[in-house]
Every structure is written in structure tokens, then in C-alpha cells.
Design a protein around this ligand. Structure first.
Ligand code: MOS
Length: 745
């Protein structure tokens, strides 16, 4: 197949609409006679609701007021478990938990009304740390606070300790992180018993919202319709949370009979919606004197917050990535997602892997030091190679070449020369420089049998004018879905890019191609787009209307002839697993992912020993991702991911007070700006993956995994201090770098 568009940086499909301001985000959608909606939230972490009082001075009769008692179906937000209510009815389990919804045409009066609602509560003991949850200082979920637990064992870890010359232990922690998409969350709804429920909103997964609204209203699936408006970023933050806002807007619409719009402002968005799960990882590793891994025992724990939401699957991905890209014959991983009284933590780019890989790649540097090898030499002795197996027993059957990636990343970053120079120049300097790296991988697509269960469907339809529409529920959230699908379809059909149109994700009109998450859209859904487009062409060839190498004019004529004589020209494809993939859900073993992207990232830092600030001064991101579909978009994914991970590593610190985010503003939740971002030099290697479109693998989450350990490894290289937690803010560095008397150690 000719690659006229694939591999080229064609203009973004929706780019013109966005830069001219024509693109319509949910808050741009105007409807006459609509109400605004707001949420009255809990101010405490845990307690029992005794009563709700509506204060003086508000014309309450003008308001639509919704409490749990107004829910027509089940009071739950359906995700994986059924523990999260849509509105707290009796028990409150976290600060900012929704209790009452209000709607009114005047948004200023509405805000006054929200403040006038008083919820009387009897406080209950609450817990805010992984440790207190494990110790059951209060029991919030089941018998033991465990939302989900995995035990993975490969080989025989207990027997293997005897072969180890040295045992290295370490504990590593990562904090919560806010997704900070540029567009806040928002939703508009209409709802009534005859027509059912329709919502428009900023979201990643139309069919997740659809699934959540069905039990809430007790309506049949075809009475619920979810439409994605233009969406300004997601990063996982619009994976599960939009179901809640959609539910709230729809309940207010149901009771009022009017259209209701809920738009969160930044402060509400930051404090109330999901963040990255905080984590604690303990490693105990046995190595031989010459630096071969013989046993890894890993204890990986996530703080899930107050409800189960997606914690089980975030935990699963983290667990599978916890041993890094290394071969070790004996590995045991015990992982748990624990309940606390924080707002539920949720999906965020990387989905558990950044937490687990931070620990793994920091720990590898500790082991290297213990066995007196350079970080690179120690890793080279243990890198995973073709023919070896991962911790789930997945046989690596692709030509993964981590040594080659390491060599090239070192060349591009001038790693060895810089390390030598920094060591020479650092003595006596107040600003110490260092260089570090991380080697890692990211599994593309849903974990285990996830893609089989999703059974994604894509449709492609041609018009009599020879234009082609792709119908999928996969969303454009700024990352390039529409562009990539158009490139793939245009090349499959041999027609121009401008002839491809991407249907708006609308559960009333498009099939379920699965959620836009898990680095799956380009690779898994893109492959379905390609197959469906090829099928359209085959239909024309089979009908004798088209030869294999046709011109665009011939294609247009063939479409017209086909539709006039035979009716609609449409094709539909459904996901089928690549041959030979095997996964055992019970044992949690087998092929965890169809494939992995592999990477080595190098970070250079400068650490000021007076202010304790660390800055990233240069960055090289080298990855093997199958094939690059769109060079500008692919590099953009990597640059954005690295920037977001620099935030995770050094700046973005959620200050918790009794389970509540105390710094929910962009003035005091410090994210990196352009001034804090170094040159990010992006390089790709290409080894086509046979089951991705033209060989492409997923890349969306990968760049979130490597920067934090590379940066903190560089801080250790600069200062000799081993920092074990992120964000490594000046406060954390000061504590690590000074002894009790305040002297630099
Ligand atoms: Mo996600 S964190 O959108 O898979």
C-alpha cells in the first residue's frame, strides 16, 4: 500500500477549526432557556449525614434541587464496582463528595444558593495514608480496605535468595498529580421520561458515560445518548470522571424539564476530580556479585481514595510494569489498591506505570551502586532480550534492543563525556550538575484480555460523492485521533486526505470502538480503521467497479455506481486478537500486552545547593514505537509527556489537609511553565509491529514513565544524595541534603 499520508506531518484534521475559534467546546454550546447547575459538596472527609438545611434569603422555590432521593434508578456511578454513589445519601466518604445539586438560570444567584445549603453531619474517624489504611485504623471498604490485590510470582523467589551475594532494599514514593487539561470539565444534559437522556460534554469515553447513565435512570440503552463536544485535553482525567458530571447534569435536567449546563471552574475541577494515585513501592532485590538479578520481591501499593473507580486496573498496569524492562528468573510482586478518605484517585496518563517505574528505575541505580557497577553496565547485564520472558511469563518475540537504545541515547545526549565533566566541575560549586537516565517500556492497549472483552468495532462508510466517513467512539482530545485515522483511511483507499471525514463521537450514531485511553487508539483502533477502509475498497473491486491501482476519479465513480446499484457502501470491523496471544485472567499470567514501546530517556539537571532547587537543563527522549504515523504529532506527544512528567518529578505537589486538596489553584499548585522546560530532544526508532496500522504501536502514555526516575537519578549523580520520593521539591531536597544541624551532607 502506498504511504502517501502515513509517516507525513499532514495538517491536523480539526486544526483549522481550533485556531480560528470555530471549534465548539461544551461551554460554547448555547441553548435558549437553559439552567446552570452546581454541586453542593462535603466539607469533611467522613461522616453521617443528619440533615440538609436551606438557608435564609434565597428564593428556593425558583430552584431545582436534587438529592439522592430524586434519582429515578440506582444511586451509583457504574464503573467496575458498584460502591460509589452518585450523590451521598447517608454516609460521606471524602471531602468534596457531591450531596445536593442545584439549578437556576442565574449563575450568580446559584452560587449564593450553593453557599446557603448547610449539611449537618456527624463526623466519623477517617484515614488519609496508605499505612493507616493497611493498619485498618478505620475500615472503609470490605473487611480490609483493599479494593484490589494481585499476587504475581515467577520462578521461586524464596529459594533464590540463597543464590544472591547482595540484597538491596529500598522504598520509593510518588505523590498525587492533577491532570491539568486546559479545558475544565463540563457537561450539558436534556432528560425526560419520553425522550430519555442526552448529554454533550468534554470527555474521553462516550460509552463509559453511556454505561453509567443506564442504571442511574433505569432506562434502556437506546434511551441514553452521549455526544462528545470538542475536548481540550484529558490525560485520563476525562476517562471516568465525566460520568459523574453527566449524571448530575442529567438529574437536574430530569427534574427541571430543562436543559442544564454544569461547567466546573478551575478550583472545583482541581479539588473535586480525580488525580494520579499516590504510591509506595518497596523493593527487595537479590543480585550476584557480578551484577545479575536473581530475585526481585516487590510490594506495590496505591492510595485509591474513597471509592474503587478504576483503581483495580491502574493497579494492574502498575504491577505488570513494576519490574522494569529486565529479565529476572525469580520475581514476586504483591500489589494492593487501598481505600482512604481522599476523593477517588483515577486515571492519569501512564495509569500506574509511572509510579511503578519510578521505583524500579530509582532502585536499579541503588543496586548498581551496591554492586559497584555503573548504572548502565548493571542494566546491560539484565536487559530483557528476545526469547526471554517478562514477569507475567510473556515471551518477548520482537527484536527489542535495549542495549542499542542505550547506546544511541548516550550518543545523542553526550552522556559519558558530560558525566565525567560534571564530576570534575562539581567539587566546590554551589550549583551541582548531574546526568541520569531510565530504561523502560509501556504496554500498548488494554491489559490482559481487556481488548478481547472490549471487542471494539469501527465502521467506515463511503458516499456517492466518493467521500469516506470513519465512525468510531474514539475521541479527539488534542492528541490527533482524527488526523491519524484520516491518514490511515486515505492511504488504505488510495484517495486524498481531504476526502476523509471523522464522525462526531455520538453513541446514537457511532459503534463502540472502546475508550480513548491506554495508548490504544492509534494502534488498536487505527488498525480497525485500516481494515474497514480496505474492506470498502475490496467491495468495489469485487463488484468489478475498481481495479487495484485506481485513480481517485475512478474511486469516486466506483462509489457512485456501487451505491446506485447496490445501496449503502459500508463496512464494519471488530477487534480480533493477534494470533498466538494468550492470557490467563485467574493466574494473571501470559501476554499482558500485544506489544510494548521501549525507551531510554536521559535527563541532565542542575541542583542549587543554596536554594535546593533542581532544574532539568537538557533532555533526550529516545523510543522505539513501531512506526511513526505523524512526526509532528508524535514528537508533540513525547514533548508534552516529558513536560508533564517533569511536573510530576519536581514541581507538582498536592498539599493534603484531612483528605482535602489545600492548594487547588494554579497559583499554589506549581506546574512547570515553558521557563522550566529544557530542550526536549526527541528521537524515534522504528521496528514495525505487524498488528498495528503500518506497524505503529501506541505512544500516548510512554513519555510519562521515564522522566521522573531519569531526573531523580540525575539529582543523585549531581549531589550523591539518594532521593526516594517525588515531587522532589526544594523542601524534599533540603531534607535529604541536610543533616539535623542543617549542614549539607
Ligand atoms: Mo488513560 S490514563 O486516559 O489510559
Amino acid at each position: 500500500m502506498e504511504e502517501k499520508y502515513f509517516g507525513h506531518s499532514v495538517p491536523r484534521k480539526e486544526g483549522r477549526e481550533k485556531v480560528t475559534g470555530r471549534a465548539r467546546y461544551v461551554d460554547d454550546l448555547a441553548f435558549p432557556d437553559k439552567l446552570y447547575g452546581v454541586t453542593v459538596r462535603s466539607s469533611i472527609a467522613r461522616g453521617r449525614i443528619l440533615g440538609i438545611r436551606f438557608g435564609e434569603g434565597i428564593p428556593w422555590s425558583e430552584f431545582t434541587i436534587v438529592t439522592a432521593a430524586d434519582i429515578p434508578g440506582k444511586n451509583e456511578i457504574a464503573t467496575i464496582e458498584h460502591d460509589q454513589p452518585c450523590l451521598a445519601a447517608d454516609l460521606i466518604n471524602h471531602p468534596e463528595e457531591p450531596i445536593v445539586l442545584l439549578a437556576h438560570p442565574d449563575r450568580y444567584l446559584l452560587e449564593e444558593a450553593r453557599r446557603a445549603v448547610q449539611v449537618d453531619v456527624e463526623p466519623l474517624p477517617a484515614i488519609f495514608s496508605i499505612e493507616d489504611s493497611i493498619a485498618k485504623r478505620a475500615v472503609l471498604y470490605g473487611q480490609d480496605n483493599i479494593f484490589k490485590e494481585y499476587h504475581l510470582e515467577k520462578g521461586d523467589v524464596d529459594a533464590a535468595w540463597a543464590q544472591a551475594d547482595i540484597i538491596v532494599e529500598g522504598e520509593y514514593r510518588t505523590g498525587a498529580q492533577e491532570q491539568l487539561y486546559i479545558e475544565n470539565q463540563g457537561m450539558i444534559a436534556t432528560a425526560n421520561p419520553t425522550e430519555g437522556v442526552t448529554v454533550w460534554g468534554s470527555l474521553q469515553c462516550p460509552y463509559y458515560v453511556h454505561k453509567a447513565l443506564i442504571p442511574l435512570f433505569g432506562l434502556p440503552a437506546d434511551k441514553i445518548r452521549v455526544i462528545q463536544a470538542e475536548t481540550g485535553g484529558g490525560f485520563g482525567g476525562k476517562e471516568e470522571y465525566p460520568s459523574i458530571i453527566a449524571a448530575h447534569a442529567a438529574l437536574l435536567a430530569w427534574k427541571s424539564g430543562k436543559r442544564v449546563k454544569i461547567i466546573y471552574d478551575r478550583a472545583e475541577d482541581m479539588v473535586a476530580t480525580t488525580k494520579r494515585h499516590p504510591s509506595r513501592t518497596r523493593h527487595r532485590t537479590g543480585v550476584t556479585r557480578d551484577g545479575k538479578l536473581v530475585a526481585m520481591d516487590i510490594d506495590f501499593v496505591l492510595d485509591g481514595g474513597a471509592y474503587a473507580t478504576l483503581s483495580s486496573v491502574v493497579l494492574s498496569r502498575g504491577t505488570i510494569h513494576a519490574a522494569g524492562p529486565y529479565s529476572c528468573p525469580n520475581v514476586r510482586i504483591h500489589s494492593r489498591a487501598m481505600a482512604t478518605n481522599a476523593p477517588p484517585h483515577g486515571a492519569f496518563r501512564g495509569f500506574g506505570a509511572p509510579q511503578a517505574l519510578f521505583a524500579a528505575e530509582r532502585h536499579m541505580d541503588q543496586i548498581a551502586r551496591a554492586v559497584n557497577l555503573t548504572p548502565e553496565e548493571f542494566r546491560r547485564r539484565n536487559f530483557l532480550h528476545k526469547g526471554q520472558t517478562t514477569i507475567t511469563g510473556q515471551l518477548i518475540n520482537e527484536d527489542v534492543n535495549l542495549d542499542g537504545l542505550l547506546d544511541r541515547a548516550f550518543r545523542e545526549s553526550d552522556y559519558l563525556a558530560k558525566r565525567e565533566r560534571f564530576a570534575r566541575e562539581n567539587s566546590g560549586a554551589t550549583v551541582k550538575r548531574g546526568i541520569g537516565f531510565a530504561a523502560f517500556m509501556h504496554g500498548a492497549g488494554f491489559t490482559g484480555s481487556g481488548e478481547v472483552y472490549l471487542a471494539s468495532v469501527v465502521e467506515v462508510e463511503a458516499t456517492r460523492e466518493g467521500n469516506v466517513r470513519v465512525l468510531a467512539a474514539s475521541t479527539e482530545i488534542g492528541q490527533g485521533t482524527n488526523t491519524v485515522f484520516s491518514q490511515i483511511a486515505a492511504d488504505a483507499l488510495g484517495i486524498s486526505y481531504d476526502r476523509i471525514e471523522i464522525a462526531q463521537p455520538d453513541t446514537g450514531a457511532v459503534p463502540n470502538s472502546g475508550p480513548t485511553v491506554a495508548s490504544r487508539t492509534a494502534m488498536v483502533v487505527g488498525h480497525l480503521v485500516e481494515t474497514a477502509a480496505l474492506d470498502i475498497k475490496q467491495k468495489l473491486v469485487d463488484a468489478g467497479l475498481l481495479c487495484d491501482a485506481c485513480t481517485e476519479d475512478e474511486f469516486v465513480r466506483a462509489c457512485r455506481r456501487y451505491i446506485e446499484t447496490r445501496g449503502p457502501l459500508r463496512s464494519r470491523t471488530q477487534y480480533e486478537p493477534p494470533p498466538g496471544l494468550y492470557w490467563d485472567d485467574k493466574k494473571y499470567s501470559g501476554d499482558a500486552y500485544g506489544t510494548y514501546a521501549w525507551a531510554v530517556y536521559v535527563a541532565e539537571v542542575a541542583v542549587d545547593t543554596i536554594t535546593y532547587e533542581a532544574r532539568v537543563t537538557d533532555f533526550v527522549a529516545l523510543q522505539e514505537i513501531g512506526k511513526v504515523i505523524h512526526p509532528v504529532l508524535a514528537a508533540g506527544q513525547i514533548e508534552g509527556g516529558v513536560a508533564q512528567a517533569i511536573g510530576m518529578a519536581l514541581y507538582e505537589n498536592v498539599v493534603w489537609r484531612e483528605g482535602r486538596m489545600a492548594n487547588g489553584q494554579m497559583t499554589n499548585y506549581i506546574m512547570p511553565t515553558a521557563a522550566d522546560i529544557p530542550p526536549i530532544r526527541v528521537f524515534f526508532e522504528e521496528h514495525p509491529y505487524p498488528f498495528g496500522p503500518h506497524g505503529a504501536k501506541g505512544i500516548g502514555e510512554l513519555p510519562m514513565d521515564g522522566p521522573a526516575p531519569a531526573i531523580v537519578n540525575a539529582i543523585e549523580n549531581a549531589t550523591g544524595i539518594s532521593v526516594r520520593e517525588i515531587p522532589a521539591t526544594p523542601e524534599v531536597l533540603m531534607e535529604a541534603m541536610t543533616d539535623k544541624a542543617g549542614a549539607i551532607v
